[in-house]
Design a protein around this ligand. Structure first.
Ligand code: S3P
Length: 753
């Protein structure tokens, strides 16, 4: 690692050569740090061991003797030893040494700041307090580990008047160890750490101690299973260090203990009363929150976490050629999956969903409702049971609701949350945080909601609770089902009637599902409306396969000579079948079989066999009906004879990526002739099924699931490998995409980090 080169310190002094100090030295050495490292520890054996291990160049037991010429001093001693160390330091440091930077690694910050104030008469500008969130139950320099800080967080808690250069030097020190450095206030740090670190240690110490005092302790420990081992590992930690932490962070720990005791009391009661609903609700919430928190903190996507792949590091390699054969069922419809959870949560009664999409987007919606107190069981193989809380039963979430990559979740939630009694905040991932939200915030404000957005109408959205909403008559400036649905959901809570006019038909799953839950939504022509103040009644929901996911296989078959694919149980709602209409116009051989209606939505098996395609002018009225299908349709166009022209599709520029540009960039790499315009694209193919349609190359999906999947399918007619970067987000809508493309006869391998 080259990071060590960025640490411009001539002499680093580590005071306290235990696990933390020793690992810092070890990590810096590994990173190529070439300055001197000096250790100071009351135990001469630790110093000798540090030298023997090659971690420090020299050291001793007297701090005063080690300070000379140090450029950066790291205090890595137990919290309660800090005052003595600081006093010695104050006496030993030359008065005019403003370039010497001091930092620490203590687990509580207010106590250490107070100590610095006592000793130095204020926190010196060259002192940057910090805390690496890493450790181990092991102690001593022998346990030093060069990877201890890699991909861990280091929190710095600088004072407002800190010397910026000092802050940058401490930051660089930790960054060189592979850590993610972030800043927060001392108070926030102590509050958060009391809950995430100090409380669990207290519980582990307490459990082991309680059991160790019992008469049958030998049996208990002898037969203890993995659960005991996992839960109590940290009870083997350094007692002195932890004593100091609990003394130093007393108030914050006591308050976290109060919350914990209240939760424990609730569970105790549930066990006592055999209250199965309360137990399942708590365990289910906790179990999913456990996975979800990892996702959030590690910045990995929900699904990626299961596969242990860091986000953005998933690359697809598609071999040229292959087949498109077979019968398959793609996952459940994303739009309906979101809505099933939303309406199920607000309904009276229990909603059983089957066919639910276990993709990250809909899972984010599900998790958000759990955080608002809704008991939800599953998903287990597409089955979800939602214990509805009624229109006014949601509880305030304890923090921001994170909806990942999902524009649908954020926009629909905006409407729904505008009607709640509590304040809320909606955030998302990097892609979502760039997408426009004024399209929902503006009309919601007209209804009386108070919503703040970040600059340019972007997320996060802060929604003020308790607003008295009023129905509006809204003429949508763009054809968007998300905006329409947002307003209808807000309308449930508004006084009077909420009417939405759409400039072109958009998917109507919200209207259909509301009707299915017994909430009347009317429609006449281009306008739909509902009356506020009603209620939803739970019922079963059968989510059909997502036509947007099916599209990749429709296009695969449409471009591959000899292909024959049947996609089972696909939703063919008239507001979603643009892809069927467009492919048919291009000459695809496509048939709808076994048409039926399932839970208010039309469904069919779609059979598609190869037939040569021709370029067409895509009818503008089909654009909203195929809005998510264009990346794949562009690949169909690249295989068709002649030019396919798309216009009126400016909405594609504000999806998970700018899909016109992202596709154009990829097509350029493959060597496909095309011309980009503001609201569309012209794509020209050779339509010759005897030769490959284009070359291969390396393509950036920009983290957009549909761009990644479209170029994967393109491999069927490429002359060379197509390598697609940044594919982790395929899991947002189509978690088993790779399995299914392999099953139909393509060769796609996944290369992880
Ligand atoms: C969706 C509506 C569409 C679509 C999105 C899902 C929905 O967005 O692109 O993937 O579930 O309502 P717009 O309505 O903003 O076009």
């Amino acid at each position: 690692m080259s990071g060590g080169a960025d640490v411009d310190e001539s002499r680093l002094l580590i005071v306290g050569l235990g696990l933390i100090g020793g690992s810092l030295a070890s990590a810096l050495r590994f990173a190529g740090f070439e300055g001197q490292i000096v250790g100071c520890d009351p135990n001469p054996d630790e110093i000798a061991r540090g030298i023997e291990m090659g971690l420090i160049d020299s050291g001793g037991t007297e701090l005063g003797a080690q300070v000379a010429d140090a450029s950066l001093i790291v205090l890595a001693v137990p919290v309660l030893a800090m005052e003595t160390v600081m006093k010695t330091l104050a006496g030993a440091l030359p008065k005019a040494a403003p370039d010497v930077v001091i930092t620490d690694v203590g687990s509580t910050k207010a106590a250490i700041r107070a100590c610095a104030k006592r000793v130095f008469g204020g926190v010196p500008a060259n002192m940057v307090l910090g805390h690496p969130i890493a450790g181990s139950e092991k102690s001593g320099v022998s346990a030093a580990n060069p990877d201890l800080y890699r991909h861990h967080k280091v929190i710095l808690t600088p004072e407002p008047d800190v010397d910026e250069a000092a802050l940058a030097r401490v930051s660089a020190l930790w960054a060189a160890c592979g850590a993610d450095v972030l800043e927060m206030s001392v108070e926030h740090h102590d509050h958060v750490l009391a809950r995430t670190s100090h409380l669990p240690h207290l519980l582990a110490f307490s459990l082991v101690d309680t059991l160790a005092r019992q008469d049958d302790r030998l049996d208990i420990f002898r037969y203890a299973a993995g659960g005991f081992r996992d839960f109590t590992r940290i009870a083997g930690s350094d007692p002195v260090m932890w004593r100091d932490i609990f003394i130093a962070n007393r108030q914050a720990v006591l308050s976290s203990l109060d919350d914990f005791e209240a939760g424990l009391a609730r569970l105790r009661k549930a066990v006592e009363q055999g209250d199965s609903d309360a137990l399942i609700a708590t365990f289910d919430r906790a179990s999913h929150a456990r996975h979800y928190f990892d996702t959030l903190l590690n910045k990995t996507t929900y699904q990626a976490e299961y596969h242990m792949q860091p986000e953005g590091k998933v690359t697809y390699r598609v071999r040229p050629g292959g087949q498109a054969q077979g019968r398959l069922r793609v996952p459940g419809d994303k739009s309906m999956s979101h809505r099933s959870i939303m309406l199920g949560a607000l309904a009276d009664g229990v909603t059983e969903v089957k066919g639910f999409l276990e993709g990250e987007d809909s899972l984010a919606t599900l998790q958000a409702f759990r955080e608002m107190g809704v008991a939800i069981e599953g998903p287990h193989q597409g089955r979800v049971t939602i214990h509805g809380v009624g229109m006014h039963g949601l509880k305030a979430p304890s923090g921001p609701l994170y909806v990942g990559n999902s524009g649908t979740a954020m926009r629909l939630f905006a409407g729904l949350l505008a009607g709640q009694a509590f304040d809320s905040e909606l955030t998302g991932d990097e892609s979502l945080n760039k997408r426009p939200m004024a399209r929902v915030a503006d009309p919601l404000r007209l209804m009386g909601a108070t919503i703040d957005t970040a600059e340019g109408g972007r997320p996060p959205l802060n929604v003020r609770g308790g607003a008295a909403l009023k129905g509006i008559d809204y003429d949508m400036p763009m054809a968007s089902a998300q905006v329409k649905s947002c307003l209808l959901l807000a309308g449930l809570y508004a006084e009077g009637e909420t009417r939405v006019r759409e400039p072109a038909p958009t998917r109507d799953h919200t209207e259909r599902m509301l009707n299915g839950f017994g909430y009347p939504v009317s429609r006449e022509g281009d306008t739909c409306w509902l009356q506020g103040g009603g209620k939803l009644t739970a019922g079963p929901i059968d989510v059909p396969s997502d036509i947007s996911s099916a599209t990749f296989f429709l296009v695969a078959a449409a471009i591959t000579p000899g292909s024959d694919i049947t996609l089972e149980h696909v939703g063919i709602n008239p507001t979603r079948i643009g892809v069927i209409n467009i492919l048919t116009l291009m000459g695809a051989n496509l048939a709808l079989e076994n048409q039926r209606e399932v839970g208010g939505e039309p469904v069919a098996d779609i059979r598609i066999r190869y037939a040569p395609l021709s370029g067409i002018e895509i009818p503008v009225d089909q654009v909203p009906l195929a809005i998510d299908e264009f990346p794949a349709l562009f690949i169909a166009a690249a295989n068709a004879k002649g030019t396919t022209r798309l216009r009126g599709a400016e909405e594609l520029r504000v999806k998970e990526s700018d899909r016109i540009q992202a596709m154009a960039d990829g097509l350029a790499i493959l060597g496909v002739e095309h011309t980009v315009v503001a609201d569309g694209i012209d794509i020209t193919g050779n339509g010759d099924d005897q030769v490959a349609s284009y070359g291969g190359g390396r393509i950036d999906s920009l983290g957009d699931h549909r761009i990644a999947m479209a170029f994967a399918i393109a491999g069927l007619r490429a002359s060379d490998d197509i390598v697609i970067d940044d594919c982790a987000n395929v899991a947002t809508s189509f978690p088993d995409f790779v399995d299914l493309v392999t099953r139909v006869g393509m060769t796609l391998s996944v290369e992880g980090a």
